[in-house]
Design a protein around this ligand. Structure first.
Ligand code: COA
Length: 325
């Protein structure tokens, strides 16, 4: 087995900034409610860019940061629940956009946990020797599946993408990844697909392709499952909470991060937050924040980081990473 390092990070978000107050044009809400209940102040919303455009932007920055050429990439995995098309995959669109024609490309659907799942796939491919250089992307254009008349959801989400380049290495990098799913929670957070409609099936009512969420239950689920996955992750890798420099959680709600910190008795200062600027970009939140931490000089060689995600499915997962970039 090989060691697997994160060699480069990148992110890309739409230019258009939508502040909380602007949302009161669509729904009965205000900045005070959104900020105090979620920590969100503004989010980026597409002016026409689709998920592949965001993913390509993030990929280009990660490739440059890793100091590699696109033809060295032999695997592209995109985590998204808002692909441009049912087919081709967003990963194939990224391949064309960055001209990485030596890569095998596919998408992964695990909602807001998508980046952790995709990272795990890349980790296993590189670790086993099947891949040498993998591009792993989390990208979502949530604005196209949000019901802009539903104040319970439309205030929470934004659009954006982040990427990492993984490479075979002699030094430690990704140490361990823990993932889990519970399909019994399918109705807590979902977005319908296309109805079965053909000459042999009676037409059903057209389902609206909008996201639906039971906010209270999702809050309860996330604050339960995140401590569990982190504890499992650390147990398997023989490190303790005190060894970890930063916890980078999926940015869904600042109150979720605070509740997890309190439950685990960890100083909230160790939890990196950028939710105020972007809201919840689903599979994009973790790699966007990782790129920000990297560019901001927060990460030093040998630092230990825990990344943790949760979301629709239900799904969850966490990764322990030693920063050796
Ligand atoms: N603006 C103003 N008022 C709003 C509102 C909004 N955008 N959204 C809901 N409200 C109202 C509710 O209607 C309710 O009013 P009522 O008391 O008159 O019925 C009140 O605010 C409280 O709503 P409640 O749902 O109890 O708020 P909350 O403190 O639970 O916060 C969430 C709601 C959605 C922010 C919170 O439950 C949450 O973050 N859940 C997790 C969501 C998540 O992370 N999803 C993605 C996971 S990947």
């Amino acid at each position: 087995m090989y060691e697997v390092q994160i060699m480069g990070t990148g992110s890309f978000v739409p230019e258009q900034i939508i502040k909380n107050d602007c949302l009161s044009n669509f729904v009965d809400t205000n900045d005070e409610w959104i900020s105090s209940r979620t920590g969100i102040k503004e989010r980026r919303i597409s002016s026409g860019e689709n998920t592949s455009d965001l993913a390509i932007g993030a990929a280009k920055e990660a490739i440059e940061d890793a100091n590699i050429t696109a033809d060295e990439i032999d695997l592209i995995v995109v985590a998204t629940t808002t692909p441009d098309f049912f087919m081709p995959s967003t990963a194939c669109l990224v391949q064309k956009g960055i001209e990485a024609y030596n890569a095998t490309c596919f998408d992964i659907s695990a909602a807001c946990t998508g980046f952790i799942y995709a990272l795990n796939v890349g980790f296993q491919f590189v670790r086993s020797g099947q891949s040498k250089t993998a591009l792993i992307i989390g990208a979502d254009t949530n604005s196209k599946i949000i019901d802009w008349s539903d104040r319970n959801t439309c205030v929470l989400f934004g659009d954006g993408a982040g990427a990492v380049v993984l490479r075979r290495s002699d030094e430690k990098g990704i140490i361990h990844i823990d993932t889990g799913s519970d399909g019994r929670g399918d109705e807590l957070l979902f977005c319908p697909g296309v109805n079965v409609k053909n000459p042999f099936v009676e037409e059903l009512d057209e389902k609206k392709q909008f996201m639906h969420m039971n906010g209270k239950e999702v809050f309860r689920f996330s604050t339960t499952v995140v401590p569990q996955t982190i504890e499992k992750l650390l147990k398997k890798s023989s490190y303790s909470i005190d060894d970890i420099k930063y916890f980078l959680l999926h940015q869904a709600n600042a109150r979720i991060m605070e509740a997890v910190a309190k439950k685990m008795n960890i100083d909230t200062k160790k939890f990196y937050k950028n939710i105020h600027n972007y809201g919840n970009t689903s599979a994009g939140t973790i790699p966007i924040a990782l790129n920000e931490m990297d560019k901001g000089g927060l990460l030093k060689k040998k630092d230990l980081l825990v990344l943790a995600g949760f979301g629709g499915g239900l799904t969850w997962g966490s990764a322990l990473v030693q920063w050796n970039k």
